[in-house]
Design a protein around this ligand. Structure first.
Ligand SMILES: [Cu+2]
Length: 434
């Protein structure tokens, strides 16, 4: 299912204050998911619907795929999803061209009520969605997909695009309150129990505490009214959503084991097609969009979906000096050499807001800028030139639907590790012979 408008391929590594409660968890909801045998990213919650009781604590456990996520609830989120979820169901599987422009207008008008990483502007009228919103890829995607000028970027340094404090950090705003407009911090950043009456209740970007250990505990108040409480990720928007169904004590709710079972079922369902893609790619061919691709792959998923395979396949490539190596890049990635060991994708600033790493998006080390695409529906072909084997070198972050064909040569024999800057597990080895 193609879901061009929702997915972002952001990544980050960060350390921020954790927020947790001590009580025992009634249910665990996975945020994102990393498959055992190949690196994935899912802008999803698993399961995406859980029945719980007042007083329960829900543990949101984020697997580290490099992607920032939040858990954001409140009346505003319910209002937004009331509009956007039916649109996603009806139009989410269609290619952008087949979606009436007014659907996008409606969608972005609804999401515009929320502070998101997408920024305030929706897409320019009639132009389809900003596929990757405001993530660094978003800008790359705009350039890559041949969209016109970034919408009204006057006075705005794109490389400094900040995540609003209300997205990046915990935030509670009661009914009658207002979301700070300047993108600044929320006044109330200590998260109390969730009462269900709040206008906006955000976990903030779930802090990085290690590859397996990122957790946000949501404590539901004893006196919450039974009902459906929706949540979404403020970084990825409405496509990443879920529902807490709060029922009274005399109604049954699943045990933690039963919730885990539901998680496994949902995960299996979305992993299955990716598993096939990965195995095919390992066999040297990848069928995407009705076309069979061969050669080296960077990413295996077409366009933007809620599930990505973030792998270089094969993991090891051999070449000779000056002999070109070509990758087909599916999805937003970089090909980067001599990557700094710690490369935070989102950086927290002293004032508590956050911004995307400025080094992520542009080509580095002498790599050329992406060309202006003539036809967005055609692959983007880039000659990356020659890497001399020393120093930080990065292709830059770009995206083209269906793919980018990236070619690189090497002037110095050696064995080089390379990586994708936004997907930490995505690493490969290049052996250059004389
Ligand atoms: Cu990548």
């Amino acid at each position: 299912m193609k879901m061009a408008w929702g997915a972002l391929g952001l990544g980050l590594a960060l350390v921020a204050p954790a927020c947790s409660f001590g009580s025992e968890s009634a249910a665990t909801i996975l945020v994102d998911y990393e498959h055992d045998t190949f690196a994935t990213q899912f802008n999803r919650y698993f399961p995406d619907r859980v029945r719980v009781h007042p007083g329960d604590t829900i543990t949101f456990r984020q697997t580290w795929t490099g992607e920032p996520h939040t858990v954001t609830l409140g009346a505003l989120v319910n209002d937004v999803l009331e509009v956007t979820k039916p649109l996603i169901e009806e139009y989410g599987h269609l290619p952008d061209e087949e979606i009436p422009p007014k659907v996008f207008e409606e969608f972005f008008a609804a999401e515009g009520q929320l502070p998101t990483a997408f920024g305030d502007e929706g897409p320019p009228e009639g132009e389809g969605p900003p596929e990757e919103g405001a993530g660094p890829e978003g800008e790359a995607a705009e350039g890559a997909a041949g969209a016109e000028e970034a919408p009204d970027a006057e006075g705005e340094d794109e490389s400094e695009r900040r995540l609003p404090g209300t997205v990046a950090q915990p935030c509670v705003i009661e009914q009658g309150g207002e979301i700070p407009e300047d993108g600044g911090l929320c006044e109330e950043r200590e998260l109390p129990e969730f009462e269900g009456t709040e206008l906006y209740f955000n976990s903030g970007i779930i802090p990085f505490e290690g590859p397996r250990g990122n957790v946000f505990d949501l404590k539901i108040a004893e006196d919450i009214e039974p009902g459906a409480y929706q949540f979404l990720c403020s970084v990825h928007g409405s496509f990443q959503n879920g529902t807490l169904e709060v029922v009274s004590e005399d109604e049954s709710a699943p045990s933690p084991d039963e919730v885990n079972q539901a998680t496994r079922e949902q995960v299996n369902e979305v992993v299955r097609p990716l598993d096939k893609l990965f195995r095919d790619a390992q066999d040297g061919r990848l069928v995407l969009g009705g076309e069979t691709h061969t050669g080296n792959f960077s990413g295996l998923t077409e366009g933007f979906t809620s599930g990505l395979v973030n792998e270089f396949v094969p993991k090891r490539i051999e070449t000779s000096v000056e002999e070109p190596v070509t990758w087909r890049m599916f999805g937003p990635h970089t090909i980067s050499f001599d990557v700094p060991e710690y490369f935070p994708i989102v950086e927290f600033l002293d004032d508590g807001t956050a911004r995307f790493n400025e080094e992520l998006e542009p080509p580095a080390g002498g790599a050329p800028e992406a060309p202006e695409p003539e036809d967005p529906s055609k692959p983007m072909v880039i000659d990356g030139g020659t890497y001399d084997g020393s120093g930080f070198w990065s292709s830059g972050l770009f995206f083209a639907d269906p793919y980018v064909e990236y070619t690189l040569r090497f002037s110095t024999p050696g064995t080089y590790r390379y990586a994708c800057l936004i997907h930490p597990p995505m690493v490969g080895t290049l052996v250059v012979k004389e």
